[in-house]
Design a protein around this ligand. Structure first.
Ligand code: CDV
Length: 308
């Protein structure tokens, strides 16, 4: 048995005017509660330090740099790293990254139990659009503010297991899980900010969005025989609702714990990493059963081309 207790730290809304210092205080409160509940690892959402700013159009993108972090850790988030080290708790959270040479990424990091960063991931599948789109009920300008991640889907040894990271829209793409699955991943941590209504299809509301969230995460876990921890920023930000539904899914694809609110809420579960072994040795023993001679299109073609 290799059991680690994971706290999925769902966060309620962060308003546009709210400062990072207030947010960090909320994250510290969740971390302290997680310590009280025996957590070895705490997982916060995508863009955990600010409002989900891609909903706001800013003409001069340099002005949007105010939402980005130039260093990690920096002075504002230092208390999170110090507290995590004191609690001997590993941690993951998402933030907007501005590199020294001027690149912008939607990033997530993973620390070990001493507060040292051991893994960094930059979101590969950026949804939305780059220019103001008046036809949408609200904007989703990730393609304006971020570049696609340039680190691939790495995994890292941490806490006696093999961990990977993904960010929000990545969870809808089977390639995300499979590339990590091919590196033996045992637990994937995913933060998300998912609007409760589809900006291009108003009939698609929170029920269907929660269904797609579960469907994607459960399938990814089952088909790669790994744990998946998916963590929302939820609730209403400046009038725009985001789904909650943070969940922990076991390697059989079953939900073992799920959030019940749209606010700051911990979802805690003791996860045995050895539970990944059976599936990896049997139905999803990739070495025995995969047929890569038939998968060429996956890595050579982007869009679908129907037959003539
Ligand atoms: N932050 C996101 O990546 N959100 C997308 C929305 C646009 C669908 C998501 O996949 O949840």
């Amino acid at each position: 048995m290799r059991e680690i207790t994971v706290a999925a730290a769902q966060m309620g809304p962060i308003q546009r005017a709210e400062g990072r210092d207030v947010v960090v205080c909320r994250m510290l409160a969740l971390m302290d509660e997680a310590k009280g509940r025996g957590a070895d690892l705490i997982v916060y959402p995508e863009l955990a330090l600010t409002t989900f700013f891609p909903r706001w159009y800013v003409e001069d993108t340099a002005q949007a740099d105010a939402w980005f972090e130039r260093d990690m850790p920096n002075e504002t988030v230092r208390p999170l790293f110090d507290r995590a080290a004191r609690h001997q708790m590993a941690m993951s959270f998402g933030y907007a990254e501005l590199t020294p040479d001027g690149h912008h990424f939607n990033t997530a990091i993973l620390t070990d139990g001493s507060g040292k960063i051991v893994g960094k991931y930059r979101k590969v599948h950026l949804p939305g659009h780059a220019e103001l789109d008046p036809r949408r009920a609200f904007q989703h300008l990730e393609k304006r503010y971020f570049e696609p991640g340039n680190l691939g889907f790495p995994v890292w040894r941490n806490l006696g297991g093999i961990f990977g990271l993904a960010v929000c829209n990545d969870r809808r793409w089977p390639e995300t899980y499979r590339v990590m699955g091919l590196q033996g991943v045992e637990m994937i941590l995913i933060g998300y900010n998912t609007p409760a209504v589809n900006a291009e299809k108003s009939e698609e509301g929170p029920e269907k969005r929660l269904f797609h969230n579960r469907l994607s995460v459960q399938a990814g876990a089952y088909q790669n025989s790994c744990w998946v921890v998916a963590v929302a920023k939820a609730g209403v930000e400046d009038g725009f609702p985001l789904i909650g539904g943070s969940l922990i899914v076991n390697p059989d694809g079953e939900i073992v714990a799920e959030a019940t609110t749209e606010g700051d809420e911990l979802v805690v579960h003791a996860c045995d990493l050895d539970a990944t072994l059976f599936g990896k040795k049997t139905i999803f023993d990739f070495a025995r059963h995969r047929r890569i001679e038939h998968y060429g299109l996956i890595a050579s073609r982007t869009g679908a081309i129907p037959p003539p």
